[in-house]
Ligand binder design. Structure first.
Ligand code: GLA
Length: 742
């Protein structure tokens, strides 16, 4: 998987279908190649030795034209590479500019943990005691002797996945402090080949819409400065062949295992090569390193696919399911929940919740989640965050009485928190106004009428953690929805002096990780679902703590198509929080069939977010069947290979995707006819990656057998011609199609 060839002075990182070559030339660490598998050739020529030809020492007379052309593995600033850099450091004498030269290297067995940060791990299943390393790790140590700074370039490669996970460790070996002003996690250059770039964009209630365009000259990319991942932009960027589609073409996808400010850019430069970078956003970032101290960057995941976007998605899904999510729930069915947010908003009491639970139990729903409004005097979003004391006017007899009663009805119980927040109208704020993030002398800005707690301060995060834990210790609570409903501004902290305030954003993320680590350590069986005003914290960093994340506050089945397509481009369906809600939909007012809402939600964690006691009978009667469908297909959706077939958001009239079992014996296809046109006839739907010579039965479990008779086709025909789908129905209608080997 990882080797070093002395003759060509190059490292090879091999995955099942990609090669990644790093060369050492005149002490520089050069990025020679990343793409489809190479033959067993001498790779020296890939390090562009001719460019070294104008002088024995590239630093002699034309250093700029050398550095500004050569693709370094970890480009630094200030020395003559004028493209986007990955590292910028200043020492206490004000010396800017850093130049890294190779020092040594080591190849290790296994992935390595990074203290305080989420990181990929080896074992496929952390619960089965199988700790045989499936990964190898290369650490290349480089240094700048003038600054006394050492930089370790770290690469983790898995035996059976086309993924390379990169991170960097920066150490100050000199007496005086140095200031790291930029420390990205990965960079690589590829000669341009008429590439497209894909990024994900959105807003509240319309997260992660896919955007694709031709790579143009100069810089293009995405950032967050919001202190969290954000609704608006996503820490993901992909380069792909202009003609690449779901199943063909080369794709290089990069994703960031982090939950704070990020930058992801591609830059096409004068020599028609493209540099891709990913890491912590350097804006307002500056990390002080005293002698002997190190800074670890979060990990960036590089995935290469020569089978289009579906190939890329499959690798990300497998990596995250097997090597990042730790929860005991990751390979087991999630309880079907009913959440009271869209059912009641703040207007509920014990009686109302028990009415919902009682009716839900009759239909096979397995867990009641009590959302916002159960604490302090919170009857709207203008108060009480921080006062995590049960409101006994609403919950008569207290929380335990409610939980016990819900359990007696046969349901588990879950609860909502927003632990990082503080309302100005709260006892907590009245006692500790300085606990809110604020710039001394300025009035902090509110958002949703709330401030953010300065959890970089230990006493503040201890309080916030204890407040949550105390409630969890008080009753049989088996699920927590950890919300975060505003973004960070007015950055100031009494805990950090002016030389360290540039550390605030990253320290905030580390504090959040520490709190969630504590939570899952104290409550190892807890099912934790992260959330942020819908899906603003949907990122792989959070997978390390929670196996599922609320995807969006938009529960409209049609809006969800684009949101879930963008999310599933990188993340497994098992991680996507998906609920059926009522119509007209609360976010967009659209009316869609209950059946369609159910099918769209089935491709995620599945649950309900409605007042079941008021549901029209024609919808209510469908719930037990939907529950049955979920039970039948949840393992296929959770553990199978995702396959995108049609995209409505990309200008189509229908949306279609499938989950194919790993052994290729079955698949579940969801087809949503978004726009109906007159006089439409049969359409053929192709499924890839089944067994070519096996025969499959294609059936429509919820349709009348006379109108939709089963078909029998081979895997080869399903991939080339597809199965026939009659289309004689209206807008927003959906079909579920079951494919089984016979
Ligand atoms: C956020 C969440 C919602 C709900 C509300 C409660 O918007 O995304 O699901 O929990 O907060 O205030």
């Amino acid at each position: 998987m990882i080797s070093f060839d002395k003759k060509s002075s190059s490292f090879r990182l091999e995955t099942p279908s990609s090669s990644y070559v790093i060369s050492l030339v005149n002490g520089y660490v050069i990025h020679s190649y990343y793409g489809s598998k190479l033959g067993d050739d001498d790779a020296t020529y890939l390090s562009r030795p001719k460019e070294f030809g104008f002088s024995d020492s590239p630093v002699f007379r034309e250093k700029h034209s050398f550095l500004d052309y050569i693709p370094q593995e970890y480009p630094t600033d200030g020395m003559g590479d004028f493209r986007e850099s990955a590292l910028s450091v200043t020492d206490s004498q004000g010396r800017n500019g850093i130049e890294l030269k190779y020092k040594s290297h080591n190849i290790f067995d296994g992935a390595a943990a990074i203290s305080g940060l989420p990181a990929v791990f080896d074992s496929c299943d952390c619960t089965d005691g199988n700790n045989v390393p499936k990964a190898k790790r290369l650490e290349i140590l480089t240094e700048d002797k003038i600054l006394g700074v050492e930089v370790a370039l770290i690469y983790t490669v898995f035996e059976n996945l086309d993924a390379i996970v990169r991170s960097v460790r920066i150490t100050n070996n000199k007496k005086n402090p140095v200031f790291v002003k930029k420390a990205l996690s990965a960079a690589f250059d590829i000669d341009d080949d008429h590439f497209d770039v894909i990024t994900l964009h959105g807003s509240w209630a319309r997260e992660r819409h896919i955007e694709r365009h031709l790579v143009h000259m100069g810089k293009q990319g995405v950032v967050s400065m919001r202190g969290e991942t954000s609704h608006q932009e996503h820490p993901f960027i992909a380069l792909l062949d202009h003609n690449a589609d779901f199943n063909k073409g080369r794709v290089w996808g990069v994703n960031f295992i982090y939950s704070g400010n990020f930058v992801a850019d591609v830059q096409k430069n004068q020599f028609e090569s493209v540099r891709l970078v990913m890491g912590i956003n350097p804006e307002n970032f500056c990390w002080k390193l005293e002698e002997g101290e190190s800074f670890n960057t979060p990990q960036a995941v590089l995935v290469y696919s020569e089978n289009g976007l579906n190939g890329m998605s499959r690798t990300f899904h497998d990596l995250y399911r097997d090597h990042l999510i730790r929860s005991p729930y990751k390979k087991s069915p999630r309880p079907i929940l009913i959440n009271n947010w869209e059912a009641t908003y703040f207007n509920f009491d014990t009686q109302k919740l028990l009415d919902i639970a009682r009716e839900a139990a009759k239909d096979g729903i397995e867990m009641l989640v009590m959302d916002d409004g159960w604490f302090g005097k919170r009857n709207s979003d203008d108060c009480s965050l921080g006062d995590w004391i049960v409101n006994e006017e609403k919950l008569k007899g207290g929380l335990k009485t409610l939980v016990d009663e819900v359990n007696r009805l046969g349901l588990k119980f879950g609860i909502w928190f927003e632990p990082e927040m503080i309302s100005p109208d709260s006892d907590l704020y009245r006692a500790h106004p300085d606990w809110a993030i604020q710039i001394s002398g300025r009035e902090p800005g509110m958002s949703r009428q709330q401030y953010v707690l300065d959890i970089t301060r230990k006493e503040v995060r201890d309080y916030a953690y204890e407040a949550v834990a105390k409630i969890l210790r008080s009753a049989n609570i088996e699920y927590v929805k950890w919300d975060m409903n505003r973004q960070l501004s007015d950055i100031g902290s009494t805990a950090l002096g002016s030389d360290k305030i540039g550390e605030f954003y990253h320290r905030y993320v580390l504090a959040l990780y520490e709190m969630q680590e504590r939570l899952i350590t104290e409550f190892p069986k807890l099912l934790l679902e992260n959330c942020s005003g819908g899906g603003a914290r949907f990122d792989p960093g959070m997978f390390f703590y929670s196996p599922q994340i609320w995807c969006s506050d938009d529960t409209d089945a049609i809006e969800r198509l684009a949101i879930q397509e963008g999310t599933a481009l990188i993340y497994p369906l098992s991680t996507m929080g998906t609920h059926v809600s009522v119509c007209p939909n609360h976010a967009v007012g659209r009316v869609t069939p209950f059946k369609t809402r159910g099918y769209v939600a089935l491709s995620g964690t599945f649950g309900y977010e409605l007042d079941i006691t008021k549901l029209p009978p024609e919808d209510r009667t469908l719930i037990p069947h939907q529950v049955e469908l979920y039970k039948k297909y949840s393992s296929l959706v959770r553990d199978g290979d995702y396959q995108r077939i049609l995209s409505w958001s990309d200008g189509g009239d229908a949306d279609c995707w499938a989950s194919v079992s790993k052994d290729k014996s079955k698949a579940l296809v969801t087809f949503v006819q978004v726009l109906n046109h007159p006089n439409y006839k049969t359409r053929f739907v192709k499924i890839q990656d089944l067994k070519e010579n096996a025969t499959y039965k294609i059936s429509f479990p919820d349709e009348n057998q006379n109108d939709f008779p089963p078909q029998t086709l081979t895997g080869r025909t399903l991939a080339s011609a597809g199965f026939a789908l009659r289309r004689d129905w209206g807008d927003f209608q959906a079909k579920l199609i079951c494919i089984e080997e016979i």
